[in-house]
Design a binder for this molecule. Structure first.
Ligand SMILES: Cc1ncc(COP(=O)(O)O)c(C=O)c1O
Length: 426
């Protein structure tokens, strides 16, 4: 009520966005719909509070409540993923990764990550990103079949002796083989960072191997498959000492090094409302219903993959073991950019994406990336995935026909009426 009176412009835009989400199929694999409880924590008075430092060691008074909130978030993260230490203050995924680089490397040190255009993330060493400008970045890629090229990763690691190897990614439809990456990191004495941002919810739900306990340090966003607010968690199994004490660089000291990298290294006050919302999401992720959710995400992605394959679409790696699919439109009469636009007009939100060894340019690539976390949150199952695959096929086939696309959007609106945005928590 207050917002509507005070700032009708913003109020209307929020209303419009809710309608857009309700009446569309959100298939960007890094997006999801949080619960009402998460939203409530996020919109709370906790946003008013400054609390630089860590629980029990703050530079501000009045932190008795936010101390408990942050401890709850940290404990729930540790319990869910089996870590001995967690930091929940990084404002989002990029700053979380930045904190790990800052903690473990000096400017100019060699770091190694998966190429952005092969499914990596820009913070994994892209030349235009801090990770590729402050550090000397070497990049591994995927084989022609789309799977991460472990041979190349190993030979580049031996040749360049990186201080830090970054694994995980943003557009990889297969299982991340954390133990194999660790073997390579150990062979060359590198720290291993597993960025499980995309698959954290699958890890929590037992549908993807857990990197905690294998990698030296693990980062994750909280807003993708994990279904929390925007934010991040950094975890390790080292020895947390007093966070703000200066310590030697070593694997055991990673918790202290990263805590110090977050503050005073990179950030000021933690976002307490966000920390509380992360705690709520972590509590939800511990419920049995979340296991079913994670399983259904993968079942849905596989169903979608089968349907699209049967309609003649090419999928990078031949299918999916996770929540996402990467379609190579190379054999169809349409580019990724045109595909994104056509699907958008049909009410199906996806994003254009490069495929490994893409013959086309990144701003107009051959692929489309899509996923099932948000649709699964809304309660959609295999039957709906078959309908969605059919809609995707019709939209891509009729990409030049605006009337056809509008008709599909009408069907999407009709279908989504039965599927609320809020997740089922029990
Ligand atoms: C693997 C990976 N790491 C880090 C990030 C960065 O997260 P944020 O956008 O919250 O900074 C993303 C986001 O897409 C990601 O996919």
């Amino acid at each position: 009520m207050k917002l509507q009176q005070q700032d009708p412009q913003i109020y209307d835009l929020i209303k419009k966005e809710i309608t857009r989400q309700k009446e569309g199929l959100e298939m960007i694999p890094s997006e999801n719909h949080t619960s009402e409880a998460v939203l409530e924590a996020l919109g709370s008075r906790l946003t008013d509070k400054y609390s630089e430092g860590y629980p029990g060691m703050r530079y501000y008074g009045g932190c008795e409540n936010v101390d408990v909130v942050e401890n709850l978030a940290r404990d729930r993260a540790k319990e869910l993923f089996g870590a001995s230490w967690a930091n929940v203050q990084a404002h989002s995924g990029c700053p979380a990764n930045q904190a790990v680089y800052f903690a473990l490397c000096d400017p100019g040190d060699t770091v190694m990550g998966l190429k952005l255009f092969h499914g990596g993330h820009m913070t994994h060493g892209l030349k235009l990103n801090f990770s590729g400008t402050i550090y000397h970045s070497v990049q591994y890629g995927c084989r022609e079949d789309g799977f991460i090229d472990l041979d190349e990763m190993r030979s580049l690691a031996h040749e360049h002796k990186p201080k830090l190897i970054v694994t995980g990614g943003s557009a990889y439809p297969q299982i991340y083989e954390w133990a194999k990456y660790k073997e390579i990191a150990d062979e060359v004495g590198a720290y291993l960072l597993a960025d499980m941002s995309h698959v954290a919810g699958l890890v929590a739900g037992g549908m993807h191997p857990n990197p905690v306990g294998i990698a030296d340090v693990v980062t994750t966003t909280t807003h993708k498959t994990l279904r929390g607010p925007r934010g991040a968690i950094i975890m390790a199994n080292g020895n947390p000492s007093t966070p703000l004490t200066k310590v030697e660089r070593s694997k055991e000291n990673i918790p202290t090094l990263v805590d110090r990298a977050i503050i005073p290294g990179l950030q000021g006050g933690p976002h307490n409302h966000q920390t509380a919302a992360i705690a709520v999401a972590l509590k939800e992720a511990r419920q049995p219903a979340f296991k079913n959710y994670a399983k259904q995400i993968v079942v849905n992605a596989k169903t979608l993959a089968e349907e699209l394959l049967s309609k003649g679409y090419q999928l990078v790696t031949g299918g999916t073991e996770t929540h996402l699919l990467l379609i190579n439109l190379g054999n169809k009469d349409i580019t990724g950019k045109q595909g994104e636009k056509a699907l958008g007009l049909a009410g199906i939100t996806v994003n254009k994406n490069t495929i490994p060894h893409d013959p086309r340019k990144p701003f107009d690539p051959s692929g489309i990336r899509l996923g099932t976390p948000a649709l699964t949150t809304r309660g959609m199952k295999e039957a709906e995935m078959r309908v969605v695959a059919n809609m995707i096929d019709r939209a891509l086939t009729n990409h030049g026909d605006e009337n056809a696309l509008t008709r599909i959007h009408d069907e999407v609106k009709e279908m989504t009426k039965n599927f609320p945005l809020s997740p089922k928590l029990a």
